[in-house]
Design a protein around this ligand. Structure first.
Ligand code: ZN
Length: 484
């Protein structure tokens, strides 16, 4: 007999282990290329195949990328971090061991802050270490029942980011992961695409009765391939564990796989179950020797962090949601910064960018920062200024933007060539108003009889007669006077 909802009875404790493929051109310990999608086993050499006598040489760019990620997460850096061998047998691991960092990881004690479901969340990062990826097993295109092994991925540089068990539920896990992805996007060390495997996530989930401190048995959930599947898999797991606990069963410590189609997790035998990896120091590699000056140089090269950027946009008067839309995509945020530098007003500029420009680009299947986007941020800023200074109306601005998107034209040139300047000259508007009144006696009568919507019709007629170029405020004012 259980009382209350699952959430009222149990606290969910989640820790995430995230693997991120670094976007270096060559592998972690050899010069093999890392291009995605090459024919199987064409990007290999004696080092990443683990042939006798081959010696690993660390990739300085990979270490720099790992350091960028660690600093962006506010970690403490171990400047003399070490390499270790993690030993296990699996077909996709040609050497029989993986070079990783065990006792002395690159970084520890970081923090990730993000907007949670109810207020700001802060999750501690336990450690961030470097390692090499394994190969891939595949059944695709293989004769019945056999397994192929592609070692192109073996040796590709990875970082593993391990959180403390500070995550409090399925939705929180998704938000943590999305926020981690944004931070990494800004550091430009990875393209962090879950669907392509450059961002992979395993979750450790346990439940404990509300009010208790001891952790329950850990269940590791694997094979979640999207942000949505992380949330769904954890929702399933929380309810499965709660039902077992309610029935008086004990939770077994195990690894379970998420089945996206069936929407369930199921226990799986995997290489991770052999928990004795016999870690020992990698004899072929010395400790890293990162100087303080180097660490500080990398720190100084980091772009403004997403949290700081969000706060800056809000100080400029952007609603939190709008600022969040910009910050979530570094290309969009950089575009917006160039608009600001080009003189755009923050609120109006943000709306022109996220509603008008993005709407048009979405229809073309491109986004800002791509060659398909022919509108430069400075041009969009100039368009916003033309509206702000009353040269064109907001309605006309949309037509001008259509032409800018299609042809990469300057807004001033489009306005001048097509004669789109707003008519603010009273004489011209008075003429248009008088003729609208003269040819629409019924509307005038309706308005005088108290039908307010008749005024809107007359405004529309004037705008039509002036091809949308009349200043709407002036039209309203003059119509009211002429009818009054
Ligand atoms: Zn190689």
């Amino acid at each position: 007999m259980s009382v209350g909802t699952v959430e009222q009875r149990y606290e969910t404790v989640v820790g995430l282990e995230v693997h991120v493929e670094l976007a270096t051109r060559s592998k972690m310990f050899c010069s093999c290329p890392t291009d995605f999608g090459a024919p199987p086993n064409t990007q290999v050499c004696p080092v990443c195949l683990g042939l006798p006598g081959a010696l690993p040489v660390p990739n300085a760019r990979a270490i720099e990328y790992a350091l960028r990620a660690a600093l962006a997460l506010g970690c403490e850096i171990d400047r003399e971090c070490r390499w270790d061998r993690k030993n296990y047998h699996y077909p996709d691991l040609p050497k029989g061991y993986q070079i990783t960092q065990y006792a002395r990881p690159l970084a520890r004690h970081g923090t990730l802050r993000y907007a949670g479901g109810d207020g700001e969340r802060s999750v501690r990062i336990r450690r961030l270490h470097m390692e090499e990826d394994t190969g891939k097993s595949t059944h695709e295109g293989m004769p019945g029942g056999t397994t192929g092994v592609d070692l192109n991925r073996a040796g590709v540089p990875l970082i593993e980011i391990v959180s403390e068990p500070d995550i409090r539920g399925p939705e929180d896990a998704r938000l943590y992961l999305q926020s981690l992805r944004t931070v990494l996007l800004y550091t430009r060390v990875s393209d962090v695409k879950m669907e392509e495997g450059s961002l992979r996530c395993d979750a450790n989930v346990s439940l404990r009765p509300v009010g208790t401190q001891a952790y329950g048995a850990l269940v590791e959930v694997k094979n979640m391939n999207s942000f949505r599947s992380v949330q769904r898999a954890l929702e399933y797991e929380v309810h499965r564990q709660a039902a077992a606990l309610d029935a008086g069963e004990r939770i077994v410590r195990e690894t379970r796989h998420w089945d996206e189609k069936r929407g369930v997790t199921f226990p799986s035998r995997s290489k991770e179950e052999a928990h004795d990896y016999r870690y020992f120091p990698e004899p072929d590699l010395g400790p890293c020797a990162l100087t303080e000056a180097y660490v500080e140089q990398v720190r100084a090269s980091l772009p403004e962090a997403p949290g700081a950027r969000q706060a800056r946009y809000e100080r400029l008067g952007l609603p939190a949601h709008d600022a969040g839309v910009l910050v979530a995509d570094p290309a969009l945020a950089l575009y917006f910064d160039r608009m600001l530098a080009g003189g755009a007003a923050p609120r109006e500029g943000a709306s022109l960018l996220t509603v008008e420009l993005l709407g048009r680009l979405n229809a073309l299947g491109v986004t800002v920062g791509e060659s398909g986007c022919r509108v430069q941020p400075e041009q969009l800023a100039a368009l916003q200024e033309l509206v702000a200074s009353g040269v064109i109306s907001g309605k006309i601005a949309k037509d001008v933007l259509d032409e800018m998107v299609a042809g990469g034209a300057d807004p001033q040139a489009v306005v001048a060539r097509r004669g789109l300047q707003q008519i603010s000259d009273d004489g011209a508007i008075v003429d248009a108003v008088r003729s609208a009144i003269a040819v629409n006696p019924q509307s005038v009568a309706d308005f005088r009889a108290g039908k307010k919507q008749a005024l809107g019709f007359l405004v529309g007629q004037v705008m039509k007669a002036t091809k949308g170029k009349a200043n709407p405020a002036k039209v309203n004012e003059i119509l009211a006077r002429e009818l009054g």
